[in-house]
Design a binder for this molecule. Structure first.
Ligand code: UD1
Ligand code: UDP
Length: 393
């Protein structure tokens, strides 16, 4: 049989983190020729991940512009990708998640009638503007894709409700857990010495990240206002905020939080540094998607600074709380976790609803199955809650 030509296309930090283990798995298979195309919707934050996982890039569209708007990203990728797909004609294109890179890559692949596999398929908030534009990007990719790698059973159910054929859906687990397990180390020493100086034992260190487009309008000011008050109220609390490179986020962070005692505004961290930081902190406050998936594996409580989430599993398991972006609510819930040990310990159990560290292997095996390179299907991933439910129906 000829080699199966698989092109992975991604462009932002979280896609790179979640696609890295898939690319590594593709590279290890002799039946597969693996090609990597990056759009570079992100630049520095993408390159950090490419370096960490040592990913060789075949094509780089280098589309990032400072303060780019959605139509810049869309048209930049549309124009750049078509000739690469015409030249390479892969047997399959892999896209991930819900970014504009992923949506446009799927669209251009469809125009070229190249089959598409969607990794992290089926997550839904069912609110078209939250997360924006990711909710609709993910729906659109779902319509364009031929194969759907759902991370969890709930994601598969969403796709089934939308009449996607069950034959083309496979529950793989989320590849972010593969990456996380790759970089977490016991007794980790940070490259960033500022982090080594922080007293994680005697202080209650809170890790903050925020970048969502829908929060830029007003939510982010409330979040930063809440941080100001939490710092004033709690002398034992310190915040670490690796600030996203979006100029709007940076401006507000510097204006509102710059110079505040016990608030460490730092540059985006490499994934290895960030993951090991998550493992050391007391609490995480974030509007990120990926962090909601990683933190439960590390037993870290997460307050989600968003009105909706497409990741309900850890909320149901009790380790993640969706609290929105109202200043008073953030202060109230954070204070209760800072002050109330019982409440804190109830939220700090390590659970694995999103993955078990081998999602990438399942995905690659199933690609080989779909294209006739292997005969039997692989067992699907079963999340921890479903496993418990199966044992105690
Ligand atoms: C994008 C994704 C979002 C994902 C997020 C992860 C879309 C529409 N948005 O949002 O789904 O959650 O990435 O972080 O696909 N910048 C740099 N260097 C970088 C990265 C960004 O300078 O390495 C700055 C640029 O000025 C850029 C801005 O950040 O214009 C915003 O980047 P953009 O990709 O448009 O949006 P994100 O908010 O990062
Ligand atoms: N992350 C990182 N360095 C940082 C902040 C986050 O490596 O300074 C990682 C984090 O562990 C997660 C991913 O980046 O895997 C999340 O990215 P982001 O919040 O930008 O995007 P989202 O997950 O919301 O799409």
């Amino acid at each position: 049989m000829n080699k199966l030509k698989v092109m992975s296309i991604f462009g932002t930090r979280p896609e790179a983190i979640k696609m890295a283990p898939v690319v590594k798995e593709l590279e290890n298979r002799e039946e597969i020729e693996s090609i990597v195309t990056v759009t570079a919707q992100h630049r520095e934050m993408l390159d950090q991940v490419l370096d960490l996982f040592n990913i060789r890039v075949d094509y780089d569209l280098d589309i990032m512009k400072a303060g780019q708007i959605l139509s810049d990203i869309t048209t930049g990728i549309l124009k750049g990708l078509e000739e690469i797909l015409i030249k390479e004609r892969p047997d399959l294109v892999l896209v991930h998640g819900d970014t504009t890179t992923s949506f446009v890559a799927a669209l251009v692949s469809f125009y070229q009638q190249i089959p598409i596999a969607h990794i992290e398929a089926g997550l839904r908030s069912y609110d078209r503007y939250s997360p924006y534009p990711e909710e609709i990007n993910r729906h659109l990719i779902g319509v364009l894709a031929n194969f759907h790698f759902a991370p969890t059973y709930k994601a598969k159910e969403n796709l089934l409700r939308e009449n996607v054929s069950e034959d083309n859906i496979y529950i793989s687990g989320n590849t972010v857990i593969d990456s996380l397990f790759n970089v977490i180390e016991d007794n980790y020493i940070f490259d960033n010495n500022q982090l080594n100086k922080i007293d994680f034992t005697n202080k209650k260190v809170i890790l903050l990240t925020t970048h969502r487009r829908e929060n830029l309008a007003g939510g982010i000011r409330n979040i930063f206002g809440a941080v100001q008050e939490l710092i004033l109220d709690n002398p034992e609390v310190e915040f670490i905020f690796p600030v996203h490179l979006n100029p709007k986020v940076r401006e507000l962070a510097t204006d509102i939080l710059g110079g505040l005692e016990r608030v460490h505004l730092i540059e985006p961290l490499s994934y290895k540094e960030f993951a090991n930081l998550m493992a050391k902190v007391y609490l995480i406050m974030t509007d990120s998607g990926g962090i909601q998936e990683e933190a439960p594996s590390l037993g870290k409580p997460v307050l989600v600074l968003r009105d909706t989430t497409e990741r309900p599993e850890a909320i149901e398991a009790g380790t993640v709380k969706l609290i929105g972006t109202g200043k008073d609510e953030i202060i109230y819930v954070a204070n209760s976790l800072i002050e109330n040990e019982q409440e804190y310990s109830q939220m700090s159990n390590a659970i694995n609803p999103y993955g078990d560290g081998v999602a990438s292997r399942r995905i690659v095996e199933m690609i080989l199955y779909y294209f006739g390179y292997r005969q039997d299907k692989l067992e699907e991933f079963i999340g921890e809650e479903e496993r418990i439910l199966e044992m105690n129906p």
